[in-house]
Design a protein around this ligand. Structure first.
Ligand code: ADP
Ligand code: MG
Length: 319
């Protein structure tokens, strides 16, 4: 089930990229995951002959760029300034090409509430939600939205601060946990069904993946530690797969994304898909989903990194 045909890479000489900074680590709650992703990207680019070096965090990158040490940036910071538009704005000012989405797409995607607002405006399906203001009566909000529901911080990733709430008695603890993180709180209708994700490369959807955690939930442990989470790819039969891929492409375009991204969604028991969020610098660890989604299209890890980097060259991404 491979309906998208990617033309062969345009760039064949690794020297054309000049020196590449692989930006990783940083100060977000996903620092360790980013370091893991970064090492993998660095190894892949070097294996293909690219002159790449790792750089930890924005302050170091700024110094390196001022010294004129790099001609482009492969951004693999997860969360925080790396995915929020801040890094992208700085690189725009400096005129340094970088992988992935620009200022607007990054900022919209990091903020789960704003991403949902854009999708809803365009008629794309995303679970009903309420923005929880500080001091708001959470019981009243829950009654309005209906149980069961999910509470999450709007700006975090990796399931950090996310709780499922089935009874009113558990509301306060869920709000308290999410409130430990910066940004607004999102109360969202809980979709019961299966969890999926789908990689998008240069505006075109790759294969969907159905995530089947051994435990009940796809939490931080299931994402990065457990070896028994099952990934089924492609995750859907042809009509459903085509629909999901189309939705992922529309979700990507709606947020003005560029280069690559991964779109997470739930599929309810009636077979309807609900968009959860878009990740503009998705994980590239050995457990990560973007590489699996690409592999189903015959794009191995090294080639995936090459293609993401290639879109920083003149003529760039097609979206
Ligand atoms: N509305 C929802 N219904 C059911 N499960 C959800 C919902 N929102 C989030 N989840 C679960 O929580 C996890 C994390 O939520 P997500 O919105 O993808 O944020 P992030 O991955 O950035 O932490 C998802 O992978 C999913 O397992
Ligand atoms: Mg997610």
């Amino acid at each position: 089930m491979n309906t998208t045909v990617f033309p062969p890479p345009r760039i064949t000489d690794p020297a054309s990229f000049g020196r590449v900074a692989v930006l990783m680590g940083g100060a977000s709650s996903e620092r360790e995951v980013s370091l893991d992703s970064g090492r993998n990207v660095l190894n892949a680019l070097r294996a293909r002959g690219v002159a790449a070096d790792g750089v930890d965090g924005l302050p170091n990158l700024m110094r390196e760029l001022q010294g004129g040490h790099f001609s482009r940036v492969f951004n693999i910071l997860h969360g925080g300034a790396g995915e929020s538009g801040v890094l992208q704005g700085m690189l725009e000012v400096l005129g340094v090409p970088y992988t992935g989405s620009g200022v607007l797409g990054s900022a919209l995607s990091l903020d789960k509430i704003r991403a949902k607002q854009v999708w809803l405006t365009l008629g794309l399906p995303t679970p009903r939600y309420l923005r929880l203001a500080k001091g708001q009566d959470v019981h009243r909000a829950a009654a309005e939205l209906g149980l069961p529901l999910i509470i999450k911080p709007s700006l975090e990733g990796s399931s950090v601060g996310v709780s499922r709430v089935y009874t009113d008695a558990n509301l306060e603890a869920a709000v308290e946990l999410a409130a430990r993180y910066p940004g607004e709180l999102l109360m969202e209708q809980l979709i019961e069904g299966d969890e999926y994700t789908i990689g998008v490369l240069d505006g075109r959807a790759l294969a969907s993946i159905r995530i089947v955690p051994a435990g009940e939930y796809y939490d931080y442990h299931a994402k990065y530690v457990a070896e028994d989470t099952q990934y089924i790819c492609p995750g859907l039969d042809p009509p459903g797969e085509t629909e999901a891929r189309d939705q992922a492409e529309r979700a990507f375009a709606a947020l003005d994304l560029r280069g690559w991204a991964r779109v997470d969604f739930m599929r309810d028991r009636q077979g309807r898909n609900w968009l959860l969020e878009a990740n503009t610098a998705p994980g590239m660890t050995s457990h990560s989903l973007m590489p699996k989604s690409a592999a189903a299209f015959g794009i191995d890890f090294e080639e995936l990194c090459w293609r993401i980097l290639e879109m920083t060259m003149p003529g760039g991404a097609s979206t």
